[in-house]
Design a protein around this ligand. Structure first.
Ligand SMILES: C[S@@+](CC[C@H](N)C(=O)[O-])C[C@H]1O[C@@H](n2cnc3c(N)ncnc32)[C@H](O)[C@@H]1O
Length: 197
């Protein structure tokens, strides 16, 4: 049913991604796609600050964006639920002593700490509304006042996603703990930067 595409309402289990990376080391072609590269550049260009003290990247995959984001952060913590992706990201960032990549299933736990930048890019739509609401609370708890939250998501509906990109961004935009600082939309993705009040 067309109306249901991109809205199963159920969190995609971490095991789905673990199996995916066992079959294909780079399932979305992050290391080679010019589309991804230009989206990463647009994301970095949208960051309100030149430098961050402490960044947190949720769903870092094989670390392609991690390595780029690392240039803007004095320290950067990146997490993903797939051990294969985490190992690849660790290898890609092995010369960057200020980057830590760890395994974490965000449907079950959330990294502790204090951050002035959190990114949630191409991952929010895998979570059921109740899980995303909890992640929103977790982000609000770890993000420093005036810290930036970056959201980037592919907008066309995708079969099997729990929610659409617009649902995901609305969860954060409609939350009174955040204020919209930057809002952009291309034909393929939307990018919002929110500031913690
Ligand atoms: C489409 S990729 C996006 C990667 C990266 N953020 C980017 O924009 O290039 C989604 C990533 O989220 C990870 N992921 C999905 N569900 C997760 C969960 N419950 N906990 C942690 N990571 C998860 C997947 O393993 C995958 O690497």
């Amino acid at each position: 049913v067309e109306a249901a595409r991109g809205r199963t309402g159920e969190t995609v289990p971490a095991d789905y991604f673990r199996r995916l990376y066992r079959k294909d080391a780079d399932p979305w072609g992050f290391a080679s796609s010019e589309y991804e590269r230009s989206k990463y550049r647009a994301t970095l260009a949208a960051l309100p600050r030149l430098r961050y003290t402490s960044g947190l990247e949720l769903g870092c995959s094989i670390g392609v964006f991690t390595a780029m984001l690392a240039r803007r952060c004095a320290s950067l913590r990146a997490v993903d639920c797939s051990p294969e992706a985490v190992r690849a990201a660790q290898l890609r960032c092995s010369s960057l002593a200020h980057v830590w990549v760890e395994e974490c299933d965000l449907a079950k736990s959330f990294p502790r700490g204090r951050y002035d930048l959190v990114t949630i890019c191409e991952i929010g739509y895998y979570f059921a509304p109740r899980d995303l609401a909890r992640i929103c609370d977790d982000i609000a708890a770890v993000l420093a006042q005036a810290g930036d939250l970056v959201l980037v998501h592919w907008t066309p509906p995708v079969e099997g996603h729990a929610q659409t990109a617009d649902d995901v961004h609305a969860t954060f935009i409609n939350d009174e703990r955040f204020a919209v600082a930057v809002s952009r939309r291309t034909q393929q993705y939307r990018l919002d930067v929110l500031s913690k009040k």
